[in-house]
Design a protein around this ligand. Sequence first.
Ligand code: TRP
Length: 448
Amino acid sequence: MRDKWSSKLGFILAAAGSAVGLGNLWKFPYSASTNGGGAFVAIYIAFLIIIGCPLMLAGITLGRKTQLSVFGAYKSINKNWSFVGTLGVICGFFILAFYSTVGGWVLYYLKNALLGGLNITDPNVLGEIFNNLMNSPIELILYQFIFMALTVSIVLKGISGGIEKASKVMMPALFIMLIIVAIRSLTLEGSIEGLKFLFMPDFSKINMEVIINALGQMFFSLSVGMGTMVTYGSYLDKKENILNTGVIVPALDTAVALIAGIAIIPAVFALGFEATEGPGLMFITLPAVFASMPMGNIFNIAFFLLVVFASLTSSISMLEVAVSYFVDEKQKSRVPSTLIIGLVIFALGIPASLSMGIWQDVGILGNLGFFDVYDKLTSNILLPTGAFLLCIFTGWVLKTEEAIKEIESSGVKFKLANIWSILIKYVVPVGVLIILINSYIDFFVSIF
Ligand code: TRP
């Protein structure tokens, strides 16, 4: 018997757990600040509503209808389309490879917080701590290994036992904690400039690169485009209403990203950091915000602990896509598959970890190092490609009428069915394709 979520709430928390992760807490604030602030946020939200929500629903529907993980789901409806599943599995390997790099940083920061080593207000010292870590290969690889080991140990336990239980406690705790940090950030003197930067769009900052990055960020953050939601949806019982999950999950995800932005960016302005800091932004700014609060170190510990949780509920969803492929399609058993895949991804991730420090000058594609190649290749190329194919598949192969039947099978009425059909059949594929073509060009230009 195939495993199932024990309840709808369990599914929502797990799906939101997959969506909410480093993409929201670490990537969104720094992507927003390096891509023009408010303009990026405005485009992001527009993409979310027009492209993200319809595709989230399409993915969950495909999984629930077929009760199969991503590869089997496509194959069972049309054999020629199973390659989309393969693409998703490959994409998962590369995302998790660099995701575990950052997961390792978070674990290192948690250790540091536990030892009281983060209670610092001086931006320069905090910047140095981050740079030192980037240049310590042994620690990077060690913590990345621990992160992968934690991910593997949860996935080994299967769906309702591991993933669901973990999400139920961690998600709500993270939400409350973030709100506290955001409030603290906003009460710092000078924080208002940060709020303006984040929410008053300067439309002159919009260019193709900002658009490509906003789309990539949206897919990354929602976990859409590689089959995570198809796979998670496949463990849903037929009697559950899936319609509202297509809105609840993106809404929760975006709320967390925006609150993380509010927690980090205003503090950047108030405390005199560089907004264009890049991947170190969260690690350098937040400890300074905590250090300015009473019991700051307790906040440091609690925060990094919750970030560990949030990233684990995401990393397990990526690993689960690959594992379920080998379990469902290749009849391999769960335990050895999980262990081997985990090890392969860890190996793939080592160069990503090193490329932020001692391998900084090693460009594998043009100037891009391993970390950037994995990131750009997945967020800007593979995820939009997967999302485009999911869209064409749902609109024209499975057909939206069939999908709507599945959505309504639990007895709900899908009032926006017509609009959804038009979006899935025409608007989303055309829009994504235009940006995708530019992404390909951009990617190849940056290589040569
Ligand atoms: N969405 C997660 C985050 O924001 C990361 C993630 C999990 C993901 N599963 C995914 C991204 C599948 C892309 C595809 O941290």
